[in-house]
Write a protein that binds this ligand. Structure first.
Ligand code: NAP
Length: 230
């Protein structure tokens, strides 16, 4: 199994690299040139392709021959970084490859998610401040996912809750819609978000799904496991 990890140098990316290596996968990591040092711990065990993740030539080169592509969709900057990254992966990954993308709960596949007022207010403020400071373009992450949902590739979009660091609690549980009781705790360990992404590569039941995940030891998961796609 050969997998490409797009955004490998970030926190989520590095956990995914470790999980993929633990499974004996051959790993190709893409990250910005200035972040290559962040992958020092994996030197000699992975191939690093330096470059912007929305650079089509960089992605074309990195995903060649891969069975799976794990992509961190981050809404940074105001130059269509997320949608450019998603488009390049969709266009250049081998046709049968499993494609797994990361994002947050604010993305919706079918419009059936139910968000709290607090969540909606936070997304609004974050989007507004991000646009004003030109640091974040939430709407572009939404556009990236729209393109993924519309594609006929073998995709999964994993929607992360609020994240925290800490020891693994095991594979997160998931549900189709934010607002489902099992997700109420709204907390996942980052290492387990990465685990879910890597496990999704081998789970065909998740093709064309956008699972919203939550830590399996959180109170809501413990109270409701068995209710949804757990
Ligand atoms: N943070 C949360 O609470 C949260 C909650 C729910 C879902 N998520 C989702 O989880 C995923 C990972 O999020 P994370 O917060 O854990 O971040 P992360 O893993 O640290 O990843 C951030 C990624 O963005 C890149 N990046 C950072 N600044 C950039 C810039 N100015 N221009 C281009 N690329 C830049 C990083 O690359 P470098 O190594 O080169 O900097 C890295 O690949 C994302 O898909 C996010 O939507 C996050």
């Amino acid at each position: 199994m050969k997998v490409c990890i797009v955004g490998a140098s970030g926190k989520l990316g590095r956990y995914m690299v470790q999980h993929a290596l633990d499974r004996g996968y051959e790993v190709v990591g893409v990250c910005r040139e200035k972040s290559v040092d962040k992958l020092e711990a994996f030197k000699d065990r992975i191939t690093v392709v330096p470059g912007a993740t929305n650079d089509r030539e960089v992605i074309k080169n990195a995903v060649a021959g891969c069975d799976g592509v794990l992509t961190v969709l981050a809404p940074w900057g105001v130059h269509q970084y997320s949608s450019g990254t998603a488009r390049a992966v969709l266009d250049y990954a081998p046709q049968d490859a499993r494609l797994v993308f990361s994002c947050g709960w604010h993305i919706t596949l079918d419009g059936q998610d139910v968000y709290s007022r607090k969540f909606k207010a936070l997304v609004k403020v974050f989007g507004w401040v991000g646009r004003l400071t030109r640091f974040v373009e939430l709407s572009d992450q939404i556009e990236a996912c729209r393109q993924v949902f519309a594609s006929d590739t073998r995709w999964t979009v994993v929607r992360g809750s609020d994240l925290e660091e800490g020891e693994s609690q095991g594979l997160p549980v998931w549900s189709r819609h934010v607002g489902d009781p099992i997700l109420e705790s709204n907390k996942t360990r980052r290492v387990d978000f990465a685990l879910f992404m890597v496990e999704a590569l081998g789970n065909d039941d998740l093709i064309h799904e956008a699972p919203a995940i939550v830590g399996r030891q959180t109170p809501s998961a413990l109270a409701h496991s068995g209710d949804a796609g757990t």
